[in-house]
Design a protein around this ligand. Structure first.
Ligand code: IMP
Length: 191
């Protein structure tokens, strides 16, 4: 089975590739010659995931899936949420995004947050979505150099290491994306 994973994020590709069984061949956007920016203009995480998968289906006619992820922080009324990639500005700067979160939470005892990933899959003309959530807290400083994005400031519940201190395998077992991908795989094994 060949499936396009509609992402340019090599970190996401690595995480998902590590979970997908070998009979499913993942194609990247460059594999199908898609070099343009895919629109992501929905006000919701689910909407963006569907928009990205629908774009590939419509323009390239491949079975495909896309993911969209947001970090929702309780004390910030759910921010950065759907704006997680550009929280500190337009350039998707992970360090600037983390600095902004740490600054906005300065002195705040409520550090509860969760990551949410929605995967939208178009296969055989049908749309399915899968959601994964990982709850935790925002640390007071950055720790660890693995992973990507907000990983150095996210401590998943029940762990004493941030996502950026966990191996890819450990993160995948409990992460929002790992949980959503596991549902995706279960579905694909039965189509
Ligand atoms: P998107 O799904 O690529 O739009 O991601 C939104 C934002 O969340 C970006 O700033 C990503 O770097 C960040 N992000 C997505 N997934 C993760 C993750 O697993 N850990 C930490 N940050 C993430």
């Amino acid at each position: 089975m060949k499936l396009v994973f509609a992402t340019n994020n090599l970190n996401k590709l690595k995480e998902v590739q590590a979970l997908v069984p070998s009979h499913i061949t993942l194609l990247s956007l460059s594999d199908i010659g898609c070099t343009e920016d895919i629109p992501e203009t929905s006000p919701t995480i689910e909407g963006n995931a569907i928009q990205k998968a629908a774009y590939i289906k419509e323009h390239y006619n491949y079975d495909c899936f896309a993911d969209d992820t947001g970090l929702e922080i309780e004390a910030l009324n759910g921010e950065p949420g759907v704006y997680s990639a550009r929280y500190a500005g337009k350039e998707k700067d992970a360090n600037a995004n983390m600095q902004k979160v740490l600054k906005n939470l300065e002195g705040n005892q409520n550090r509860s947050a969760y990551f949410k990933t929605v995967i939208a899959l178009y296969i055989q003309g049908e749309l399915r979505t899968f959601t994964g959530v990982c709850e935790g807290v925002i640390t007071k400083q950055k720790t660890g150099d693995k992973g990507f994005g907000y990983d150095p400031i996210f401590l998943p519940n029940g762990f004493d290491k941030t996502f950026a201190e966990l191996s890819l395998k450990e993160k995948n077992k409990i992460s929002h994306r790992g949980l959503a991908v596991q549902q995706l795989i279960t579905y694909l094994l039965n189509v």
